[in-house]
Write a protein that binds this ligand. Structure first.
Ligand code: GN1
Ligand code: MG
Length: 361
């Protein structure tokens, strides 16, 4: 495998000869490695998951457009475009990816040195900085005029998720459905309120904009002063409601437990972290959000967390085809932990709304 990875890394326009290739992180979708050259330069190498993102060349074009746009703006305001935006390293033939003999797609970007990536928002200060970072990212890409290809149709689109869900449930391909009747009822009992929200997006009452769609804290690089330097993992940039970015970040930042915590007592929504993230987010995004977006800001956290419960449970019933799993029940454990978080958000919903109005929105 390592020989193969060396060979793949050698297909890209790196500075220097490849010295080391090591696995990095625990992404659920792509395989990620860090490449070090003899000269000491570091790069991120990824095998992109073509079952999830399709077509990969269009995804890489999307990423390149977003990076180019951010770099130009950072330059104008006197920032460092090599540190405040991702830099895609093309293959020797100039393409933004390399297709190997097994028909797998690979891509490389520059590793940004002297940054910190967190796995959890341990303090309100960090959540505040993260909120500012996501708001700033959205405002940087708000005026991107070039169209993006929808390489993930139906990604945070609950109508399409229900179509997938209904299909998987009627097939029950590995016979797991009978084991999870209670969990299925969690999804069914909230169908209407989720569709009511999504209809506002479909009708255009809630606008769509360029959004990130995967705003976990580890998709952000912080500098040593604790400020957001660069938002990474741009595979999912697309036109959708920016509420999904806020909601997904709240799902991740405010969780007092882990996404796949087996001890449900540890899982809940931390309202202090919610307040801090939201304060940071609205500092940057408050000026461009519409009244309707603001009205549904708190609800978006419930929407995305609910969708995540559905996606984990659907993958469990489907026989674990989408997410990488560490055990047979991993997707079920994730389902239960995310559901506990959802209930905690529902219980604190009034508090969440109050926190937003106290910020003056
Ligand atoms: C996936 O690969 P990663 O960890 O960045 C997923 C997100 C989920 C997340 C669950 C393209 O993201 O949507 O929220 O796992 N990405 C895709 O933690 O499906
Ligand atoms: Mg990701």
């Amino acid at each position: 495998m390592n020989d193969h990875l060396f060979r793949i890394a050698g297909k890209f326009q790196l500075d220097g000869k490849v010295k080391e290739v090591n696995p990095l992180g625990e992404g659920f979708i792509n395989d990620t490695y860090i490449v070090i050259t003899e000269e000491g330069f570091r790069y991120i190498l990824q095998r992109k998951n073509k079952k999830v993102f399709s077509p990969i060349p269009a995804m890489m074009e999307n990423i390149e457009k977003v990076c180019r746009h951010i770099k130009a703006k950072v330059k104008k305001t006197g920032g460092d475009p090599m540190r405040e935006a991702m830099t895609i390293i093309p293959a020797h033939d100039g393409k933004l990816y390399f297709l190997d003999e097994d028909d797998e797609y690979w891509a490389v970007c520059l590793f940004i040195e002297d940054t910190i990536a967190y796995e959890a928002a341990e303090t309100p200060d960090l959540a505040y900085a993260g909120g500012k970072g996501i708001g700033k990212f959205q405002s940087l890409v708000a005026d991107l005029k070039e169209p993006l290809t929808d390489i993930l149709p139906g990604f945070h689109h609950i109508r399409i998720r229900y179509e997938q869900w209904d299909k998987v449930l009627s097939k029950d391909p590995v016979g797991r459905k009978a084991k999870v009747t209670e969990e299925i009822s969690w999804i069914e009992s909230r169908r209407e309120e989720m569709m009511n929200f999504w209809r506002l997006v479909e009708e255009g009452t809630i606008p769509t904009r360029v959004s990130h769609n995967d705003t976990k804290i580890n998709n952000i690089l912080f500098d040593k002063k604790g400020e957001v330097l660069c938002v990474i993992d741009l595979d999912t940039v697309l036109n959708s409601t920016v509420l999904n970015d806020f909601g997904d970040a709240i799902r991740y930042y405010t969780n007092t437990g882990k996404e796949d915590d087996e001890n449900l007592d540890r899982v809940s929504m931390d309202i202090e972290i919610f307040r801090a993230f939201t304060r940071g987010y609205l500092k940057e995004a408050g000026s461009f959000l519409t009244q309707k977006e603001l009205e549904y800001l708190a609800f978006s956290a419930r929407y995305i967390t609910y969708e995540q419960v559905l996606r984990f449970l659907m993958d469990y019933i489907d026989g674990d085809n989408y997410y990488k799993v560490k055990s047979e029940d991993h997707n079920l454990i994730r389902t239960r932990a995310q559901y506990k978080l959802l209930v905690s958000m529902e219980e604190q919903y009034d508090e969440m709304k109050k926190a937003i109005s106290e910020l003056g929105f």
